[in-house]
Design a protein around this ligand. Structure first.
Ligand code: F6P
Length: 529
């Protein structure tokens, strides 16, 4: 399939130069307190409702002229045409010649008669395959839920085959089947799987080997260790097929491993975008088929918003433009994620992969070095825990760190009386960052204020809202990558370390340091057995 990239790189647009001038003239000295004092409508002007997510962007260092220029930049960059190319199934992952169609995984099944005439084959055929696999997966999930013998489900996977499902299962714990415990094992450090296995009984355990490629070192090491443990506990090869399922695109390798129950997916689903596919089986086991369909529906509602809302009221686009404004003009190097929700405690870790593996690139899609910064560092902890750790630095440190608060209008089912205390803290932190508090006599007690934050509000943490929130982040990452002119769907940066590890592992046994640099050699000698 031929594909000509419709994008123009951001630094080659007229809007980029205009933004540079605007930043020097007005952006650099922007003051949030003055902006609120001058504009009684600022909250209304810079907040919006998107599907399942209300966003208050008013505490950001932007005004109407800034937003106008940023929107002009998006237009000049060809963001809409590039978005449409993704939704048409064009191979926008150009270094791997693949489409990026994770959005197709949440598209409803087409009505039997009126198939969309304009859709390309990859989309039409893909959607048919998606729904066949989805139906099979949800049926399997319901079988596991009904199987009283199985109490523990162990997902063995890493990166996108772990972070998304683990985050969602934790977030929706209120809806979890009460008789099923879900465990997630990712690290090649044997301590993780080993300590879990000590508490498990093989006849009660189902292992899900989750790996797009079925070759990932950590996952295959843990999968083999789990199989050895299962067989050593008296499990037969025959019973193994009942206790091990594979979620992968590499059906052959799964069969070779001895697994007969396999759910497949496709190379056009990036690892970090795969929780909607077969990789989501642990989610479906935890919350059931209906819950999983609601998760997909929430995400689909956000897809529709991203595809159809004008740029000025398109939430993923507005967030992406803010990221660019802060990263490339203010020079802020990171963004802190502050979900005021215990359920969302793994969201920062999930977003670290989604954002930094996608947009942590130093060359454009054609491979030319970039003269500007790309992904900010994403970090964070749930509130209020972060307040007692690093918020000191966010309030008073010399670096400005934009914070993204996420709160729920309704809390979880346990101890609901504590919820107002939680959200009061989220509101208080955002307000304190903005207003600051000068102290004339004591610098230690002085807060400069004017520190930016966004505030996202969900009605409650249910599958549909969570699906929409995740899709919002996926599209924001896509939009940022589109503006920066990079390929957000490859991850070549993870390869070199893997290759070197393969070379070093046998040297740990022999102590061979030939050809190594002095530092690696010195450490290897100390580590060699
Ligand atoms: O770390 C690189 C990576 O390829 C991620 O992109 C991916 O999510 C992870 O490894 C796991 O890959 P797989 O699902 O193929 O085991």
């Amino acid at each position: 399939m031929s594909f000509s990239d419709p994008r123009t790189r951001c630094d080659r647009t007229g809007a980029w130069a205009a933004l540079r001038a605007h930043y020097e003239r007005a952006g650099r000295g922007f003051d949030l307190r003055a902006a609120f004092a001058q504009d009684a409508q600022r909250f209304e002007r810079f907040s919006q409702q998107a599907p399942h997510v209300f966003a208050d962007l008013s505490k950001n260092l932007i005004d109407a002229p800034t937003e106008t220029l940023l929107l002009e930049l998006a237009r000049e960059c060809g963001l809409e045409a590039y978005r449409d190319a993704m939704f048409a199934g064009a191979p926008i992952n150009n270094t791997e010649q693949r489409a990026a169609m994770h959005w197709l995984l949440r598209k409803p099944a087409p009505a039997q008669s009126g198939q969309v005439q304009t859709a390309t084959n990859i989309v039409v055929n893909g959607l048919r395959d998606v729904h066949a696999t989805l139906d099979a997966m949800l049926q399997l999930a319901e079988q596991v839920r009904a199987d009283e013998a199985i109490t523990d489900i162990v997902n063995i996977g890493i990166g996108g085959s772990d972070l998304g499902p683990a985050m969602v299962v934790k977030a929706l714990d209120d809806l979890r089947h009460p008789a099923k415990r879900l465990h997630f094992v990712s690290n090649v450090d044997g301590m993780e799987l080993g300590s879990l296995l000590r508490g498990l009984r093989p006849e009660r355990t189902l292992f899900l080997i989750a790996s797009k490629t079925f070759t990932t070192l950590e996952t295959m090491t843990n999968a083999h260790a789990a199989r050895d443990w299962f067989l050593a506990q008296g499990g037969s090869q025959e019973r193994l097929t009942r206790h091990f399922y594979a979620l992968t695109t590499n059906l052959e390798a799964a069969a070779e491993f001895g697994i007969t129950t396999t759910l497949g997916f496709w190379d056009w689903v990036g690892g970090r975008y795969s929780l909607w596919s077969a990789i989501g089986l642990p989610i479906a086991i935890a919350i059931g088929a209906q819950g999983f369909r609601e998760l997909l529906a929430g995400a689909h509602a956000m897809d529709a918003h991203f595809c159809s809302a004008p740029l000025a009221s398109n939430l993923p686009v507005r967030l992406a433009l803010l990221d660019l404004w802060y990263r490339n003009f203010f020079g802020f190097t990171s963004r802190s994620m502050a979900p005021y929700s215990h359920g969302l405690r793994r969201l920062p870790a999930y977003l670290q992969q989604l954002e930094m593996e996608s947009n942590g690139k130093g060359v454009d899609a054609q491979g030319a070095p970039l003269p500007y910064a790309t992904s900010p560092v994403i970090w964070g902890e749930p509130g209020t825990n972060g307040q007692h750790a690093f918020f000191q630095m966010i309030h008073q440190g010399p670096d400005v760190v934009p914070v993204e608060f996420i709160a729920l209008r309704e809390g979880g089912r346990d101890l609901p009386g504590q919820h107002p205390r939680l959200v009061a803290n989220a509101l208080a932190q955002a307000r304190a960052l903005m207003t600051g508090r000068p102290h004339e006599d004591c610098g230690h007690r002085s807060f400069s204020g004017n520190r930016p934050s966004s505030f996202l509000l969900l009605e409650r943490l249910d599958p549909a809202s969570l699906g929409a929130l995740i899709a919002l982040y996926e599209h924001r990452v896509f939009a940022s990558g589109a503006l920066w002119g990079i390929n957000s769907f490859d991850q070549w940066g993870v390869e070199l370390g893997k290759t070197i590890a393969r070379d070093l592992e046998p040297r740990l046994a022999t102590g061979d340091t030939e050809g190594l640099d002095a530092s690696t050699a010195g450490l290897l000698r100390r580590l060699a057995s």
